[in-house]
Design a protein around this ligand. Structure first.
Ligand SMILES: Nc1ncnc2c1ncn2[C@@H]1O[C@H](COP(=O)(O)OP(=O)(O)OP(=O)(O)O)[C@@H](O)[C@H]1O
Ligand SMILES: [Mg+2]
Length: 199
């Protein structure tokens, strides 16, 4: 743990930055089982926002583990640390006025609340999106063949099979990907951004 460190205040605060850049940052936090559709929806949303000339960026579990978090595994402590780091990075992006779209399973309610609190304390927007699909559907999709491996015992501590997933109790947006397509999912999120004056 570092000591003798002092926080250096910024040249402009977040609200002044938003005004100058004409965009208020927000973290759009997608959570759900593997294969529920987080990356698919996050990509489509990022594309939609970029095509509208917005500053948007996707932080994705599938990519962050290759770099920033390559030292972390999938045991409970590592999952907590994984989300803690992502939460801090998302906060930095949001502070920089970005529409920050995160796509992580993020199975623990407490971790998601910690990230939410981190944003709210800094007066930054945070919206939790439950990308919801039942186990039988995600197992059927199984685009990476992970459920098959988990059922065969080749992957341990796999969310939904041998590790818990705690669904959000009050997500701002609830998307059932077994019942709607990607376009409708993106629309639900952009409508939220419009109704809350981010777009
Ligand atoms: N309505 C939908 N929304 C999103 N994805 C859908 C939908 N219907 C079917 N799919 C399919 O489901 C799969 C979802 O995979 P995706 O990689 O997006 O999941 P993920 O939640 O990011 O999983 P992981 O946590 O393993 O990264 C894709 O193959 C996608 O085409
Ligand atoms: Mg993904």
């Amino acid at each position: 743990m570092a000591t003798n460190i002092t926080f250096h205040p910024g040249s402009v605060d977040a609200s002044e930055r938003s005004e100058l850049l004409k965009q208020k940052g927000i973290t759009i936090w997608l959570t759900g089982l593997s294969a529920s559709g987080k990356s698919t929806i996050a990509c489509a949303l990022e594309q939609t926002l970029l095509h509208q000339g917005r500053f948007a960026y996707r932080l994705d579990g599938d990519n962050v583990r290759f770099g920033l978090n390559k030292d972390l595994g999938f045991d409970e402590d590592s999952r907590v640390e994984n989300i803690r780091r992502i939460g801090e990075v998302a906060k930095l992006f949001s502070d920089a006025s970005c529409f920050t779209i995160t796509a992580f399973i993020s199975p623990y309610r407490l971790d998601r609340k910690t990230v939410r609190d981190l944003h709210e304390k800094a007066n930054l927007g945070f919206v939790e999106v439950f990308v919801d699909a039942p186990l039988n559907i995600v197992e059927q999709r199984d685009p990476k063949g992970l459920y098959k491996k988990a059922r065969a015992g080749e992957i341990k501590e796999f969310t939904g099979i041998s590790a818990p997933y705690e669904p959000p109790e009050n997500p701002e947006i609830h998307i059932k990907t077994g019942e709607c397509d990607v376009t409708q999912a993106v629309k639900a999120i952009t409508e939220y951004l419009v109704s809350h004056s981010y777009l």
